[in-house]
Design a protein around this ligand. Structure first.
Ligand SMILES: Cc1cc2nc3c(=O)[nH]c(=O)nc-3n(C[C@H](O)[C@H](O)[C@H](O)COP(=O)(O)O)c2cc1C
Length: 168
């Protein structure tokens, strides 16, 4: 619960690089996600190249934090591998969230940037990253050490009025 409670969207990062071992742990967490019919539709692009990060940051205002972030993980859906196509965005969401939570465990900060289903963002990112046509760009996750060490902090959002037992 502690990791879930303190995870926040971090949009300001120190310039400390993210260790390769930590990147692998994030990807391991992602691929442990549940998926419809266990279709595991995900691929990941790990970007740590400064020039590419700056190019990604120009795509739209919603990814401005990539001007500072030392790393981005882009979650893709392989549209030709799907046995439950309509569920693939949910699978990719679960993988994305696993990365966010594992990052907190590793003292990292992240920000989930929505890409799918906005065609203009999907196409702009696919073009910069040379993504083949069969893959859809689903999400972009900025990753890095938070500039403010207390960036991940508890915000209580529990609202009993949103809970309905047995019937609405
Ligand atoms: C599907 C999705 C898309 C999001 N897209 C963006 C985005 O493009 N840029 C951004 O800065 N934050 C984005 N966020 C982060 C939300 O703004 C953030 O989760 C929300 O304000 C709650 O804050 P918290 O993550 O700190 O709890 C996105 C979150 C989700 C789940």
């Amino acid at each position: 619960m502690e990791i879930i409670n303190i995870r926040r969207s971090v949009r300001s990062y120190s310039n400390k690089p993210v260790e390769k071992e930590k990147v692998e742990l994030l990807l391991r967490a992602a691929m442990q996600a549940p998926s419809a019919r266990n279709q595991q539709p995900w691929h990941f692009i790990v970007v740590d190249d400064e020039e590419t990060l700056q190019a990604l940051a120009t795509v739209s205002r919603n990814v401005q934090m990539l001007k500072e972030a030392p790393l981005a993980i882009i979650v893709l859906i392989d549209s030709e591998s799907l046995t439950a196509p309509l569920m693939a965005p949910q699978d990719a969401s679960a993988a994305t969230q696993n990365i966010l939570l594992k990052a907190v465990d590793l003292d990292l900060g992240t920000c989930w940037c929505g890409v799918y289903p906005r065609e203009e963002r999907m196409e702009a990112l696919a073009s910069i990253l040379n993504v083949p046509d069969r893959f859809q760009v689903f999400s972009l996750i900025a990753v890095g050490y938070p500039k403010d060490k207390a960036a991940n902090r508890f915000v209580d959002r529990f609202d009993p009025a949103r809970v309905h037992y047995n019937k609405f």
